[in-house]
Ligand binder design. Sequence first.
Ligand code: SF4
Length: 244
Amino acid sequence: MARPLRPAEIDDLFSRFAAQDPDPRSELKYVNPYTLLVAVVLSAQATDKGVNKATAPLFSGVDTPEKMVALGEANLRDAIKTIGLYRTKAKNVIALSRALTDQHGGEVPRDREALEALPGVGRKTANVVLNVAFGEPTIAVDTHIFRVSNRIGLAPGKNPREVEDRLNKVVPQKFRLHAHHWLILHGRYICVARKPRCPDCLIADLCRYGDKTPVAGSAPEIERRVLTKKLRTSSVKQRQRRGR
Ligand code: SF4
């Protein structure tokens, strides 16, 4: 494993994110803490774009737990049927709306334990809601943050909780509030899973990833293309020999 980033490098990394995007925002659309909570629950294993498409018409009329309970599970299912796992999600959203109405006066609680006790709400969702709706400096580790934190040597960890704990240790307090969004957006658009856009990356000189995507036409890129071609030719020849 590459050596983890040093504190000065981490400071530099987040300073660059902050200079580029001083006020990063969630790409999920919502109108209040309740609709944010619902949107985050719906976004599990789905894209923000897909969730926004379904929630735009939904939230224009249904923006409180009471209204959601009144809408009912069957109608909600119909409204979100373009989102993956919509049956389970509809069930959870109705159950959590009922719990908010019965136990929290129809308000989203600003409390991790109370949030995590709601149906369909895990640690990641609670972290997003605490951060986005209430301005708490929490870092929700999703697939992008998990990949980026490990890949670049920022906060290596075997599972999301390990990465979250490490991020909470190494990210300077002054960057903690926005760290979640900077890392998600970086992972979503630049440090993508299959072929990270290293030539366009503003933290490339700090990043410890050992297999960066080379600049097109550069010596390492040409070398890589030649090697890939050689490997392909050799495997075709092997298959041909086996076929004889
Ligand atoms: S240099 Fe490449 S691997 Fe490193 S953070 Fe940037 S995009 Fe990701």
